[in-house]
Design a protein around this ligand. Sequence first.
Ligand SMILES: Cc1cc2nc3c(=O)[nH]c(=O)nc-3n(C[C@H](O)[C@H](O)[C@H](O)COP(=O)(O)OP(=O)(O)OC[C@H]3O[C@@H](n4cnc5c(N)ncnc54)[C@H](O)[C@@H]3O)c2cc1C
Length: 401
Amino acid sequence: MRKEVLDLLMIKCEIAIIGTGPAALMAGSVLQSKGISVAFFDHNKAAGRKFLVAGKGGFNLTNNEDLDGFIEKYNHPALQQAVRLFTKDHFVAFLNNIGIETYVGSSGKIFPVKGTKPIEVLDRWISQLKDNGAKFYYGYRLIDFQNETLTFQCKDQLIQVASKKKIFALGGGSWKVTGSDGKWLTLFQSKGFATTEFKSSNSGFVLANYLNSLDLEGNFIKNCRVFDDCISKSGDVVFTSYGLEGAPIYALNGSFRQSNEIFIDFKPDLELVQIKSVLEKAKNPTDGLRHLKLNKQVLLFLKDCTSKEQFLDPEILAGLIKKFPLEIRSLRPVDEVISTVGGIGMHEINESFAAIHFPNTYLIGEMLDWDAPTGGYLIQGCVASGFCAAQDIIVGLSLED
Ligand SMILES: Cc1cc2nc3c(=O)[nH]c(=O)nc-3n(C[C@H](O)[C@H](O)[C@H](O)COP(=O)(O)OP(=O)(O)OC[C@H]3O[C@@H](n4cnc5c(N)ncnc54)[C@H](O)[C@@H]3O)c2cc1C
């Protein structure tokens, strides 16, 4: 009787993949394509919940940018190398192969064709994995691991999993409701992995002294440029109840974390002298701002954030239009943002995403401390890291044969 109980609580598999986000699923698909069997474990009741949340917004699966520009989006060589090996074209071909057609949007982002729901993308991916024999274990929370075993808690049972190799794809720390709760950090610390706390990325700026009473929320600052000494990103920024959101803001998150001064140029297409000249010729500053085609909300914002003397002096006002210092109080709370930095230090893995100090172990996706902008680059980075880990396992297993 005792032996039966023990057998029941032991699962054996060739490769265990912990997590069911895009990084995990891609690793599984690549392994399966070479006939290697995989089993997925997730503490959630269903797979890929954050992937579905991403789908509620734009659902940019990847991006059509050329390879050189694409690679520059990643702040670590391991991710750059991964997206070189597994490009957006590979990912699009993979999606087509599972029956998901894609299209390139006007901004270069690559989406599933109109009418395809995010759940359809996920279901097709999982169906293909299941059809090829993958097992999915839900409600399994990782609580420990050794070289060739893992321990999960499922309800009030402990389950041992024996597998030759394991791939962790436990995600970052935002949107805990999706299962990516980052609670695994302490377990990995106890195993000797260097970790850092999760911090917000691809986040809005919470502005100091931001007067919501101005009722700017939802209005755009079109074609502006947000910059510091090193980075400059142009595009549209939107006023929110707490400050500013938008791709140029996300691009400067790292600058804020490094305490750099960040500025906004409201009129990147005009030189300082041209702006000054328009303001000098105008009846008054408000009229001048209108001539510059700055919308009412930008006008209100500038008026509110400058002193009377600054607003009335064409030279100073022109300078502020070109280089307005953003007084940023913070990024948005970790749980609300699109992605996080922090997690497992990148020096803990090699270029194949294998753990350097822990045998038979791979770490992929957002649980590692790398950064990239939203717009398809995050998901592409995740699937590319899954590809690299799987390839390394395939090579390793073929050498053993
Ligand atoms: C609102 C929002 C919009 C987004 N939009 C986009 C977009 O348009 N384009 C883009 O490229 N990216 C986007 N992203 C980011 C993208 O979704 C993530 O970067 C990506 O899902 C990370 O994939 P992953 O496989 O590393 O981990 P995740 O998808 O986070 O999956 C991790 C999995 O691990 C499981 N897990 C965690 N801990 C345990 C444990 N102890 N035991 C067992 N299982 C565990 C979780 O339940 C989860 O299923 C968006 C994210 C958000 C929140």
